[in-house]
Ligand binder design. Structure first.
Ligand SMILES: NC(=O)c1ccc[n+]([C@@H]2O[C@H](COP(=O)([O-])OP(=O)(O)OC[C@H]3O[C@@H](n4cnc5c(N)ncnc54)[C@H](O)[C@@H]3O)[C@@H](O)[C@H]2O)c1
Length: 260
């Protein structure tokens, strides 16, 4: 297939973890993939893995909390890969802190990345789809924490509830333009993010290293932690024509942990 007949997807936070898993899955689905992250050395490695699957890859360094970076990333993806069809606003950070001890600096930082990053991603993708006079799919990273808050994860949860709000409003605003907007809500995925959450939980609660992670995983009905590939399966569906009639939703994929 030539590069113009394949769909083009952009994935933020694609250097590792869930974003890498999504990028590889969309490549396996036959899409060209633009890999965006703060860490370009890491996206270059993922790009090699993507190309090994027989599609094209492009890398771009961007901080998703900076609106101009996100718009530039979308421009770059279109120029490098010859189209623009799917935007996955995956980049995000964790914050582990009690409600009592949350600081303005910490709250501002995580909202800039997890909430503004998604908002700029939605804006940039929708503007590009409209300029190209086509529809498209926007897919945002929420979380189980976007459906239910947990102790010491209140501020993180607030950012993920906000992602669901943006997803719903954008779905309603862009439906008439043929643009769907959905989110995915993973549970406990064994990435670097959970290593950090577990360590911070240990510092604050006195739990042993690994204890908080094991406790969360112990609550999963299907009896194991989630993998990036588990998440990528849902994102693959949301990016596919099978999801054409779905918009404004934030389905959970968590092995049975939070039930909605
Ligand atoms: N790991 C989990 O259990 C879990 C569960 C639910 C939701 N999520 C969400 O999934 C997404 C990915 O999580 P992960 O576990 O793969 O995390 P991760 O920390 O392993 O990877 C995140 C990636 O995003 C990049 N990134 C961070 N800030 C950025 C910024 N400002 N601009 C551009 N890139 C940036 C990092 O460099 C990194 O490559 C996040 O939005 C997270 O909140 C994760």
């Amino acid at each position: 297939m030539s590069k113009t007949t394949r769909k083009v997807a952009l994935v933020t936070g694609a250097g590792q973890g869930i974003g890498r898993g999504i990028a590889l899955r969309l490549a396996r689905d036959g899409m060209h993939v633009a890999l965006v992250d703060l860490k370009e050395d890491k996206t270059r490695l993922v790009a090699e893995e993507v190309r090994a699957l027989g599609v094209e890859a492009a890398t771009f360094r961007a901080d998703v909390s900076r609106r101009e970076d996100v718009f530039a990333a979308v421009e770059h993806a279109e120029k490098a890969l010859g189209g623009f069809d799917v935007m996955v606003n995956n980049a995000g950070i964790a914050s582990v802190q009690s409600i009592e001890a949350a600081t303005p600096e910490e709250v501002e930082r995580i909202f800039k990345i997890n909430v503004e990053g998604v908002l700029w991603g939605i804006q940039a993708a929708a503007a590009k789809f409209k300029a190209r006079k086509q529809g498209g799919k926007i897919i945002n990273a929420a979380s189980i924490a976007g459906h239910e808050a947990f102790p010491l994860l209140g501020v993180y949860s607030a950012t993920k509830f906000a992602v669901r709000a943006l997803t719903q409003a954008a779905a309603k605003e862009f439906a008439s333009a043929g643009i769907t907007v959905n989110a995915y809500c993973p549970g406990v995925v064994g990435t670097d993010m959970w290593v950090e959450i577990d360590q911070r939980m240990a510092q604050i609660t006195g739990a042993a290293i690994g204890e908080t992670y094991d406790k969360f995983v112990g609550g999963i009905a299907l009896g194991r932690a989630e993998t990036p590939e588990d998440v990528a399966g849902l994102v693959s569906f949301l990016a596919s024509p099978d999801a054409d009639y779905m918009t404004g939703q934030a389905p959970l994929i968590d092995g049975g942990l939070v039930y909605r």
